[in-house]
Design a protein around this ligand. Structure first.
Ligand code: NAG
Length: 563
């Protein structure tokens, strides 16, 4: 009896002693840094419910001894105190970072909501290596370490979780001093046959949220109804629905059948409720068109900048503080010791322009070589054969390939002196404008042949013909009609002496045998030939220049063109 009384007294004493103890605020799981979206609990230790909670000295609405913060946001930053039996705790300070942790933890196989007793495979990834890293699991009140079996220094490692036995299990990883960590992955369990999955989780304010209704053991869902706060937001024959990230309690109702079913009505079932707390978007880096990575809202510090390139629908880390080269789609982020910004908006860099220019130059060079070979072949061929025969062939071809529209301009131009002058200046103008022609000219600048080709090219450009093609080709097209022929023939004569476009000159000589024109031309041809004989290709060009300079000769030709 006496002993019982003493025991009662002792019990009463301990209760009083406990009540007099000052409460204190603790955090579970204990996180060294808190990032947006983190899940944690605050507990008023030694407190007896109901307790009072203060944030920055102001009482708030919480009354429970243990308070859950389901998705931390910067508004949660502050100094917390709890009060129990008239005693207030010391302040407990919380700072929620608007950044991402250094490492990322993702679900490799499985979903955020799993059937009881199932497990998922998670993947931890840290660009700076995982040496010394381990992970942690929190099941409400207890936190346990998970040892990672790292075979070599690697940047990513998949690992399987234990069977999920409680409604909510939180995973994250840290380095050995816990100075660095990953984001959290929260896995929930459900014993329902219908599960509601949401991506991304935690939801991000201002971004889309994908809801997916899954029936275990079948994909034959004939109808899905999605609810937010018990209100229907969507009725659909599809099992996924995309919506704005809005805070609320979500669930889905599915009508489905199993594969093995032969008769009977379909199954209708509703999922568990899932709470959504959209988190604020973490600070984002900006990437400019010329690959400058910046973070305007980052506080000053030793930030470095990392670049990522799109590779098989994911973002591969390519360089740190060095602008990436080449084409592709890039993003970047700013990185500090223990945190980083989210990835910038992607910037597409097309294949570099110089490459394209190089291709054009190569193509032009190739066509010039082909042209030179063709000219050389033609010269040797001509030397071996009778001139008349060759001319006849050429003439026939030319008649078929004549371009009337283009010819019209040329012909008119050659009718009168004035018009002819116009043609000459037009030819020069077009020559400058033609992009493809320019490289060709540069290419051949050093060669004597160029001068000849250049002149004929000018004619080709004047007549609207292709600049890239050989001067001789262009010339051929224009030779269809007599009037123009004379004019061109003259130029051909000059060119012929140079050794480049023999065709024109020879053809002219042949063709105009019967006409008076020939004599004049022949004479000039003689001048040109003389020049060509004296100085090879260069000489030919000089001869031509002489023609142009000497007005008298020119006019004569113009008149003759009319005949
Ligand atoms: C853990 O990360 C922090 C922050 O980056 C770093 O200062 C610390 O040295 C790291 N600890 C180890 C053991 O690497």
């Amino acid at each position: 009896m006496r002993a019982g009384k003493q025991l009662l007294l002792l019990a009463a004493f301990t209760v009083v002693a406990r009540c007099q103890q000052k409460p204190s605020v603790s955090m579970s799981p204990k996180l060294e840094q808190i990032f947006t979206g983190d899940l944690f609990y605050l507990t008023c230790d030694e407190g007896v419910s109901p307790v009072k909670w203060y944030k920055d000295g102001v009482e708030n609405t919480w009354t429970n001894k243990m308070v859950k913060i389901p998705a931390a946001s910067p508004q949660h930053s502050g100094s917390y105190q709890c009060e129990s039996n008239g005693q207030r705790s010391d302040s407990f300070s919380i700072e929620v970072l608007k950044y991402l942790p250094s490492a990322s933890l993702t679900i490799l196989t499985g979903q955020p909501v799993m059937p009881l007793e199932d497990s998922v495979i998670l993947k931890i990834e840290n660009e700076d290596g995982l040496q010394g890293w381990n992970c942690w699991v929190n099941r409400g009140t207890t936190t346990r370490p998970i040892k990672l079996k790292l075979k070599e220094d690697t940047v990513s490692l998949p690992f399987q979780t234990n069977k999920l036995t409680v409604p909510e299990t939180v995973y994250w990883c840290t380095n050995s001093t816990q100075g660095c960590r990953s984001n959290q992955i929260t896995l929930r369990t459900s014993d329902k046959r219908v599960l509601l999955e949401m991506y991304p989780l935690p939801a991000v304010a201002g971004e889309r949220l994908t809801l997916s209704c899954i029936a275990r053991g079948t994909d034959r869902i004939s109808q899905t109804i999605f609810y937010r706060n018990d209100q229907i937001i969507m009725t659909s024959d599809k099992s996924t629905y995309e919506t704005d990230s809005e805070e609320g309690t979500y669930k889905c109702h599915a009508t489905f059948t199993y594969m093995a079913r032969t008769s009977g009505p379909p199954v209708k079932e509703v999922s568990d409720n899932q709470e959504v707390f959209p988190q604020e978007h973490p600070v984002q880096a900006e990437l400019s068109e010329n690959m400058d990575c910046t973070c305007k809202s980052c506080p000053s510090g030793a930030w470095s900048y990392r670049y990522y390139k799109e590779h098989h629908q994911s973002w591969a880390f390519v360089s740190s503080d060095t602008k990436p080269h080449g084409s592709g789609t890039f993003r970047c982020r700013a990185v500090l010791d223990n945190m980083r910004t989210s990835l910038s908006a992607p910037v597409y860099v097309p294949a570099a322009e110089p490459n394209l220019l190089l291709i054009i130059i190569v193509l032009v060079a190739a066509s010039v070589i082909v042209l030179l070979v063709a000219v050389a072949c033609y010269i040797s061929h001509r030397r071996r054969n009778a001139q008349g025969a060759i001319y006849e062939d050429v003439a026939l071809k030319l008649r078929r390939g004549g371009d009337d529209d283009k010819y019209e301009t040329l012909q008119k131009a050659s009718r009168t002196e004035a018009e002819y002058d116009t043609l000459q200046s037009e030819a020069a103008g077009t020559q400058k404008k033609s992009g493809e022609y320019e490289p060709l000219r540069k290419e051949e600048m050093k060669e004597g042949v160029y001068h000849t080709l250049g002149m004929e090219g000018a004619v080709a450009a004047g007549g609207g013909g292709g600049g890239g093609e050989g001067g001789y080709e262009a010339l051929k097209k224009h030779e269809v009609k007599e009037g123009v022929y004379h004019t061109l023939g003259m130029e051909g004569a000059a060119g012929g002496a140079g050794g480049g476009g023999e065709g024109g000159y020879e053809a002219l000589k042949k063709h105009e045998m019967k006409e008076g024109v020939y004599h004049t031309l022949g004479m000039e041809g003689a001048v040109a030939a003389g020049g060509g004989g004296g100085g090879g290709g260069e000489g030919g060009y000089e001869a031509l220049k002489k023609h142009e300079v000497k007005e008298g000769v020119y006019h004569t030709l113009g008149k003759e063109g009319k005949v």
